[in-house]
Ligand binder design. Structure first.
Ligand SMILES: Cc1ncc(COP(=O)(O)OP(=O)(O)O)c(N)n1
Ligand SMILES: Cc1ncsc1CCOP(=O)(O)O
Ligand SMILES: [Mg+2]
Length: 208
C-alpha cells in the first residue's frame, strides 16, 4: 500500500465554488504530500462525479499526489483512483474493501474507539476522525470531539488517523499532539483568499 500523504483536500463542489482552480493551487504547493478526496454533493449525478474525478486523477498524476473518491466506489474504480472513503451511510468497510481490492487505499469515518477498531478489522487503511471542531461545510453532524476525541481513537488503532472538521492551520498542532497523522480540510483551503498560501500554512503546521 502506498504511504499516505498527510494533507487531505476534499473538493468543495457547493454552488459558487471552483474545486479545480483550488486544487491546482494546492497541488503546486503540496505536490505528493496532498491527498485529494473527490466529494460531490449528494444530488450530483454519477456522470458529474465521474467527470470531476477523472480530471482530478489527471491533475494528481502530474504531481504524484493521491486521488481518493468519497462514497462512490464505482467511480473510484472507473477513473483509476487510488482508493475511496466510506462512512456510516455508505458501503460497510468490509464490502468497500472487497469492491476496491486488497491494495487500494480505503478510508473510513470513525468518531469513537469502538467504531475505529471495527473499521480497521474490516479493512480500513486510514481513519477520518471527527468532526474535531465546528464546521459549516457539512450539516447534521454530532458535537465536535476535539483533540481529546482524536486521542481516544488514535490510541486504539495502528492506522493513520486523519482529523477532519473545522480544521485550520492554527488547530493542527493540538490535533497532531493528540495523535493525528494528518488532517482533512474543505473550507480552510477552498474558502481562503489565497488557497496556495493556506495550503503552505497547513503543511507548515503539520511539519511537512
Ligand atoms: C477524511 C474524511 N473523514 C471523514 C469523512 C466523512 O465521511 P462520511 O461520514 O461518509 O460523510 P460524507 O463525507 O460522505 O458526507 C470524509 N469524507 N473524509
Ligand atoms: C465531510 C466532513 N465530515 C466531517 S466534517 C466534514 C466537513 C469538513 O469541512 P471543513 O474542513 O470545511 O470543516
Ligand atoms: Mg460518506
Amino acid at each position: 500500500m502506498p504511504s499516505l500523504g498527510r494533507l487531505h483536500l476534499i473538493t468543495d463542489t457547493r454552488p459558487g465554488r471552483d474545486p479545480l482552480t483550488v486544487l491546482r493551487a494546492a497541488l503546486a504547493v503540496a505536490r505528493a504530500e496532498l491527498v485529494v478526496q473527490v466529494r460531490v454533493t449528494d444530488d450530483a449525478t454519477d456522470r458529474e462525479a465521474y467527470d470531476l474525478a477523472r480530471r482530478v486523477v489527471a491533475l494528481c498524476a502530474r504531481y504524484d499526489a493521491t486521488c481518493l473518491v468519497n462514497d462512490r466506489l464505482h467511480v473510484a474504480l472507473a477513473v483509476g483512483a487510488a482508493g475511496g472513503h466510506v462512512g456510516a451511510d455508505d458501503l460497510p468497510v468490509g464490502a468497500a474493501r472487497r469492491v476496491l481490492g486488497a491494495t487500494a487505499v480505503l478510508g473510513a469515518t470513525a468518531r469513537d474507539p469502538g467504531t475505529a477498531v471495527e473499521a480497521v478489522a474490516a479493512g480500513a487503511s486510514y481513519l477520518g476522525v471527527g468532526p474535531c471542531h465546528a464546521t459549516s461545510t457539512k450539516t447534521g453532524l454530532p458535537a465536535p470531539i476535539g483533540p481529546a476525541g482524536v486521542r481516544a481513537v488514535a490510541d486504539a488503532v495502528d492506522v493513520p488517523v486523519v482529523a477532519i472538521g473545522g480544521v485550520t492551520a492554527a488547530k493542527v498542532p493540538a490535533l497532531v499532539a493528540a495523535g493525528a497523522y494528518g488532517v482533512a480540510v474543505v473550507g480552510a483551503v477552498s474558502g481562503a483568499a489565497d488557497p496556495a498560501r493556506a495550503t503552505a500554512e497547513l503543511l507548515g503546521a503539520l511539519g511537512c
